[in-house]
Design a protein around this ligand. Structure first.
Ligand SMILES: Cc1cc2nc3c(=O)[nH]c(=O)nc-3n(C[C@H](O)[C@H](O)[C@H](O)COP(=O)(O)O)c2cc1C
Length: 289
């Protein structure tokens, strides 16, 4: 969301945006009452919605910071109603501020869409504490396995970036594993923490860096695991699994292994070795980039 009150500009990443009405064309989003940007959004009387594309995670992160001089670090231009419009986004909606409604610790800002522009691209999503892209579930569900493969290959074959392929496969494989995880009655965060702590003791910060989930989710997971007596804190703030925690982690590991074995059963052994080598190579390159 971006706005300008005549002198100052404000911009912030939000995911509370929603369509509200077609006739008249209204949209809404909510802003934290304590946000440093609230005053500008109220004074401006206009705001712009900038829908980010899947390669704009950095931009989203930039606009989720408080004091940063965000607009000097990215391309933008002044829109018809005065709000700054970000470059290379996939859609912009320029809105007049129609109404505001109290919403607890947030203020709901209803906007009337006055102008819009749409470009091609895949929207960036944020769910369960991480970024992602949407998959077309209804069309995928109505297809046979062969059709799925064919449509995936023809749709993505030529220009699908490596990153999109990696996203897609990671999303598909982990959603297949979700059924098993739900049977175990553990959260995604717990699942990942058991796997990491199984091999080493780690601090909360170290876990945060490799688990890619929100602090809140990690905190809740650690609490659950502590209640099960699966965790203990050793000196220098490292967390490690207790004996029963380690046993449980091994049990989960077995489930993962048999799931993976089924998943790869039809892949040629040589192809698999090559794929693993390429992935390891990519990890090393990305780490050193
Ligand atoms: C993916 C994502 C979604 C967010 N959604 C909202 C939101 O709906 N409303 C909100 O007030 N803040 C939201 N935030 C947080 C704001 O971006 C952040 O608090 C703000 O940019 C910080 O600057 P400020 O406090 O000066 O406004 C979100 C952040 C991210 C990364």
């Amino acid at each position: 969301m971006t706005a300008c009150n005549g002198t100052d500009m404000a911009g912030m990443s939000v995911n509370s945006f929603a369509a509200l009405s077609l006739e008249p064309p209204l949209v809404l989003w909510s802003i934290r009452k304590e946000s440093g940007s609230l005053k500008i959004f109220q004074e401006a009387r206009h705001y712009a919605v900038n829908i980010l594309s899947d390669n704009q995670v950095d931009l989203s992160n930039l606009f989720s910071k408080g004091d940063e001089d965000k607009f000097s670090k990215t391309g933008w231009f002044k829109g018809k109603l005065g709000a700054p419009l970000l470059r290379d986004v996939i859609c912009t909606l320029e809105c007049s501020l129609e109404n505001t409604i109290d919403g607890g610790d947030h203020l709901i800002l209803i906007g009337r869409v006055k102008h819009y522009t749409r470009y091609n691209g895949t929207p960036l999503l944020f769910y369960q504490g991480r970024y992602g892209v949407a998959n077309d579930l209804s069309s995928i569900m109505n297809q046979t396995e062969a059709e799925k493969n064919a449509s995936f290959t023809s749709k993505y074959n030529t220009h699908l970036s490596l990153l999109r392929r990696l996203h897609y496969v990671s999303h598909l494989v982990s959603s297949r594993f979700n059924t098993q995880r739900q049977e175990l009655n553990i959260s995604v965060a717990e699942f990942r923490i058991y796997s990491w702590l199984n091999s080493q003791a780690m601090s909360k910060q170290e876990l945060q860096a490799c688990i890619y989930l929100s602090q809140e989710e990690i905190k809740d997971a650690l609490q659950e695991m502590e209640n099960r007596n699966h965790l203990e804190y050793i000196t220098n703030e490292k967390i490690h699994l207790t004996n029963s925690g380690r046993e449980y982690a091994m049990f989960i590991n077995q489930r993962v292994k048999s799931f993976e074995a089924k998943m790869i059963q039809n892949i040629d052994k040589k192809d698999l070795e090559t794929a693993l080598r390429v992935i390891d190579n990519l990890i090393t390159q990305a780490k050193n980039a």
